[in-house]
Structures are given as structure tokens and as C-alpha cells.
Write a protein that binds this ligand. Sequence first.
Ligand code: IPM
Ligand code: MG
Length: 360
Amino acid sequence: MRATLTVLPGDGIGPEVTAQAEKLLATVEKVFSHEFHLSTGLIGGAALDVLGTPLPDETLNLCLHSDAVLLGAVGGPKWEELPGNRRPEVGLLELRKGLGVFANLRPIRVWTELSAASPLKPGVLAGTDMVIVRELTGGLYFGVPRERRREGGELAVVDTLHYTEREMERLIRLGFAMAQDRRGKLTSVDKANVLESSRMWREVVQRIAHEFPEVQVQHMLVDSAAMQLVLNPRQFDVIVTENLFGDILSDEAATLTGSIGMLPSASLGEKGPGLYEPIHGSAPDIAGLNLANPLATLLSVAMLLRHSLKLNREAEAVEQAVMSTIRSGYRTRDLTDSEQPWIGTQEMGDKVCRFLREEV
Ligand code: IPM
Ligand code: MG
């Protein structure tokens, strides 16, 4: 197959981890005889530095004309003082909006070999396997007005939590469909005891539930969900929730697995290219030091192969190669305690490529 892919390295450790993804894609091309045409674009701080904007038009156009987009990370202390509308993160939000990728899938899986790195007791952690389906292009992230204003003599501020019914429906329906394909359990997370938006969300969930009679639905308040994630993570199959709640809960859930450096994500729309990125951020403190864990990005490549290119066998082979790398004892620094030896970002990328070549 031929595919056109856009890689957006971004900031911090982004370029290092996407470089490993490019190596992996080249290996997949060779091993499975595909042809991937890769282009690279600027986003985030890297784009601000060169072009003065966090999402240049040419980057968005490049992405819109691709089969899929792979992103490293955006942001860093260098750009922290910039006004809200010119921060690197705005580039990512505009890209999500521009691609219409309303559904963010964040699979949280525990790697038994890495369970020592988890803050949870092994007995609590064992068997944890969930997907967080997060709404990605609505809610507080995009609502207007969002501004500071004078009220009387005082400074005040407003952010807006806005959703249309259609925005809720399409995301919730996708959550149900995923639950149906998995273990048949959907947990919808909201704050319906306080927020009107959450009460409407709950109604939409209840209505769509009729389309999926075999899925068992549960409503959970977000504060309680935050607690249940550490008390009994095994209970969750698919969690469906709005943008901000999903952002917060997915970092919490990611940490359960030992390292946020292991977790991939896929952002999908109704049509058009999907956006794939590791959940971790730009980690400026370790940028350029060959210390970053590239596995979240390599697993994001597996999601890209599966969801955007429909290459299931290739996706599984990549996941298997990552598994073999871990099983063989290779670790980046984030996955070790101080005693264990570790290898660098590039070496980890090389190991996964080697296992892929050897195992297929
Ligand atoms: C994420 C990140 C982003 C978000 C930031 C970088 C804007 O935290 O993808 O979870 O909040 O969506
Ligand atoms: Mg986040």
C-alpha cells in the first residue's frame, strides 16, 4: 500500500521520539513492502520561533492532505510567557479542531513486566485494561467567551463550557461501539450533581444506551471516578467523558501503569486523517539528552497503522516488537529504579526495529 503521512515533531523530546517513529515506519515499509511518503511540518514552539504562529497554514494543509498525522509534543518554558492565544499548545488545539478529530482514544494497559514501576500494589493493578474515550474538540477548551474583563472595579475572568447535542452524541456513540467490541461495559463520567452540561450529557448517554442494549452503562461523577481509578482500576472497560475531565483522568490513569512514557493515543474524526500522539508532553527537562522513552510514540504508530491505514497485521507486529523489547529486559531510564541499567531513546528505537525485522 501507498500512504502519505505527516510527521510533526514539535518541541522538547518531540523530535527525538518522532525520529524513532520514522525509523520504525521505514522498517515496516521494508518488512511488509509498503510505500510511505513522509513529510515533516512545524507546530508549537518550533513553528512560533520560525514563523511566529503555533500552527502555520502550510502545516494544517499538509496534514489535511495526508492519510494520517503523527505528532511528538508541543510546549516548553521558552514560550510560557507568551499571551494565551499564541502559546505552543494553541497549535495543537487548532490542529485538532482543523482536522475535526473529536474523539481521543487513550488505551491504558498494564505491562506485567513493568508493574514494579507502578505506584499501585500489584494486586490492585493486575488485569487493568481500559480505554478512555475523551471528547477533544469542544467543552471548556474551545467555548467562547474566554476572557478577562473588568466587573465594577474588579478584574474577573470567564471560560465557557459549551457543547451541542450532536457533539455529545457522536462521541458517546463511539464510546458505546467500543464497549460493545470490548468487554461490554461503559462508564460515563460527568459532574451531573453540579453542571448543567453534565446533566444533558447524562440524558444523551441514556438515550443512546437504547441503541446498544448489550452494553452495560454506569454513570460516575468525575471526583468519584478519580478515586475509583486508584482504588479499583480493573472495574473499567471504556470510559467516555468530555474534554477537560478526559484530560485529567487520562494522566491519572496513565500513571497507574508505571510510566506515562508507554501510552499512545489516537484522535479520530468522522472522516479525514487521524492524529496520533504519545500522551506524555514535551518533557523539556530531558529534551535532547537521549533519555526519553520512545515507546509511547512507537505504539502510536501501531494505532496509526490500525485505525488510519487499516493495516492490522502490521499494527500487531509493532505491538509485539515493543512487547519483546520489554520482555527482553530493555528499559529507558523512566522505567527503571536507580539500580537497573537502561538504554537511550535511539537504542530503544533500534531494539524495537530489530525485533520487528526478526519476528515477522
Ligand atoms: C493532552 C495535553 C493537551 C491537552 C495540552 C498539551 C494542550 O495535556 O493531550 O492531554 O490538554 O489536551
Ligand atoms: Mg493532558
